[in-house]
Design a protein around this ligand. Sequence first.
Ligand code: LIP
Length: 274
Amino acid sequence: MTVSADPKELLEMATRLAAEAGRILVHERPRDLGVSATKSSPTDIVTVMDQRSEKLIVEGILAARPDDGILGEEGASRQGTSGVRWVIDPIDGTVNYLYEIPMWCVSIGVEIDGQTVAGVVEAPMLGETFTALRGHGAWRNGEPITVRGEGSDGPPLPLSGALVATGFGYAAQRRAVQGKIVAELLPLVRDIRRAGSAALDLCSVACGRVDAYYERGTNAWDIAAGALIVEEAGGKVGGLRGAAASVEMTVAAAGGLYEGLCGFLEGRSADQDS
Ligand code: LIP
């Protein structure tokens, strides 16, 4: 039975598939799990479970919606004809998954005509399922979530009071530049957190677990669902100098703090590698 392109139904299907993938990632993880391949650098790893998760999700999509497009981190890529495209990170936080650190998730964003309309981030080890439906809100385990400070009519949070999440690339040269930038930011903010999963960092912004997030080098599959979850939780997501969020830079925070963090990052050309 083909699922209609109703965003609510697409979200239900994405949530079901993410949960199914989460279950095998937890219960069928080989005890001797190793690295089955590397990508952009020796530390940019893939495991057999990344591949199994993506395969399960893709097969579930195509069984219900054979005309949809797909973009997956581990190679799933097909042009669809329906206008619906699924953007999949089968394990976001792969290094955490390999090291049995709980901060990993399955992230699925669903686009209609290029705009993300539904997103799910499933974090089985945290017992958290983050979902969002464009124009209708964002939820954690079915309960509405908002960015920290959203709805208060007080002044925007200053950078000095912000708990800021970030991440680092896999290439040594980029990491050296990112290390210099975070070293300059550290004395200006409350503190820094590096969780190892962009999708979960974005969900942490959306539910107020951190105040802001930024990272250079995230891919579409890292942020597709999480960006919508932040926006529907009252936050702002974008790149620097008014650009959209992209591999160049992704910034997420509540309004006033967003501008302050972007100003700091623009002043240091944080969307460059030199
Ligand atoms: C991860 C991102 C994270 C980044 C890591 C890694 P992956 O994605 O979610 O933000 O800092 O280096 O790229 O590779 O685990 O899917």
